[in-house]
Design a protein around this ligand. Structure first.
Ligand code: BG6
Length: 486
């Protein structure tokens, strides 16, 4: 019992949050390159010039004014421009991952490094060569790559000139991009994920309920195009290399009813269906779930679905079901209940749980619960591809970084995974999020650190970018060496 001998322990990152080198070796600009740094209290902005050429900024997730174009200005700091400089330090970083004993490393490819605008006939060789060097370095160290094809960084041209995912043409462009990757890295990469946290955009219903009407309409259409793109790419991968395994990736979380009031129970069920199973079912079962129609009707927003789309969805169901898990949330029909934060999973505050400095609940048992739910529903191999604690770390005078809070958090989640495996769940991998400190996606800061490896970089971009081992580094090494028995 316990973790199987071939369990894949490792860590996870994303291109724009760690690579830096945003305009190097022919990389095009990504939409996220125009995002400034924020903090827990100050939002991140997207900077732009409006149609009269006047500079402006919009809070992250807000629409830009009609006709505005993203632009970068000297007076702002854009944390993705230098990230943690993984682009130049990848050998050093991979050596540290190997020292911990990583079996797997999840990373993403920046589309704009391969196709700078997204529409070129030929890919950018320099971009392809960069990832080849990274994969070869991983291979040298016996670390299996797990590659996300799209992790929140669309080439700017596709966003602004083609209108982003609401435009059906992106399906073909994405398929073309993915086919290049499969051909190029056949033999080097076996595991692929099509879209990071594909269900994320659905959560705008919770962020800004009043505005969600018109926006959610376009989200349904965008998601539909992504489902079809993903399915076509699953098929392409199998065609190019039958040994490749392709997974979906969803933002996960357990959703509990706040009380045993039947209205709360129904609210929790509805939330889990709409936030999670809507995407999960479509990608794993190849068709929209039974509740989709009612969900669309609530927003008067049924997406356009062609007959060929339905065939593609059926033929391109995923081989693996992967998800992120940071915390759980509570649903209730009582709108006066105290609210909580979370990685999308905002809901009512759970009186039984502790909360992190950034207000996300800490709930290992929720992971066991979710793993059981997912395995019962899909009967597919599962991978936890993100889980972690963002916290403020202090470097002591002697250079040590003591992070017992992180160790406790992971320990709780390892116990939960072990229990789930003993429950009978087929769990194959755990890639801890932000195994090396990187730029936070939601706040754009460095202060919210997840890593086993400390990166000397501050919120304003200053610092040596040197790497240091935290206590959790040595501890995770023992976790892997003992196959989760610490
Ligand atoms: C997930 C994303 O939502 O959560 C990551 O896939 C992100 O890109 C992670 O970094 C943690 O969120 P944050 O905001 O703490 O960086």
């Amino acid at each position: 019992m316990g973790f199987p001998a071939d369990f894949l322990w490792g860590g996870a990152t994303a291109a724009n949050q760690c690579e830096g080198a945003w305009d190097v070796d022919g990389k095009g600009m990504s939409a996220s390159d125009a995002m400034t740094a924020g903090t827990l209290t100050d939002p991140r902005y997207t900077t732009y010039v409006d149609q009269d050429g006047k500079p402006g900024k919009a809070v992250m997730f807000e629409d830009l004014p009609e006709g505005a174009r993203r632009a970068v200005f000297e007076e702002y700091y854009y944390p993705y421009h230098d990230g943690i400089d993984f682009y130049h330090k990848y050998k050093e970083d991979i050596a540290l991952f190997a020292e911990m004993g990583f079996k797997i490393f999840r990373m993403s490819i920046s589309w704009a490094r391969i196709f700078p605008k997204g529409i070129e006939k030929e890919p950018n060789r320099a971009g392809l060569e960069f990832y080849r060097r990274v994969f070869e370095e991983l291979k040298k160290r016996d670390i299996e790559p797990l590659v996300t094809i799209f992790h929140y960084d669309l080439p700017l041209y596709l966003e602004e000139e083609l209108g982003g995912w609401v435009n059906r043409d992106l399906i073909d462009l994405y398929e073309k991009y993915a086919r290049v990757l499969f051909q190029e890295y056949k033999g080097l990469v076996k595991y692929w994920l099509t879209f990071n946290e594909i269900n994320g955009p659905l959560m705008i219903r919770h962020f800004a309920p009043k505005e969600s009407g018109p926006k959610i309409r376009s989200v349904f259409q965008q998601l539909h195009h992504q489902f079809v793109a993903s399915a076509r790419v699953v098929r392409a991968a199998h065609e190019i290399d039958p040994g490749m395994q392709v997974g979906c990736m969803l933002a996960g979380g357990a959703t509990y009813p706040l009380t045993c009031d039947p209205d709360d129970v129904l609210a929790a069920q509805k939330r889990q269906q709409e936030d999670f199973y809507y995407c999960g079912d479509t990608m794993a079962r190849g068709e929209y779930p039974h509740f989709a129609k009612r969900f669309w009707n609530a927003f008067d927003a049924e997406p356009d679905i062609t007959e060929q789309d339905r065939i593609d969805l059926k033929e391109g169901t995923v081989d693996l079901f992967t998800f992120s898990y940071y915390s759980s949330s509570c649903a209730t029909a009582n709108d006066k209940a105290e609210k909580a934060k979370g990685n999308f999973t905002m809901g009512a505050k759970n009186p039984y749980l502790e909360y992190s400095e950034w207000g996300w609940s800490i709930d290992g048992k929720g992971l066991r619960y979710l793993l059981n739910e997912l395995y019962a529903r899909y009967q597919l191999p599962l991978m936890v591809v993100e889980n972690g604690l963002g916290a403020v770390d202090v470097v002591e005078k002697d250079g040590a970084i003591h992070d017992p809070y992180r160790i406790a958090y992971i320990q709780e989640h390892i116990t939960a995974m072990k229990e789930a495996i003993e429950d009978g769940v087929d769990l194959r991998a755990y890639t801890y999020w932000g195994c090396i400190d990187l730029v936070s996606a939601s706040t754009g800061e460095m202060k919210k650190r997840y890593g086993f490896i400390y990166v000397d970089k501050n919120n304003d971009g200053s610092g040596s970018f040197n790497r240091y081992k935290k206590d959790s580094f040595y501890w995770y090494k023992k976790v892997i060496a003992s196959n989760g028995e610490v």
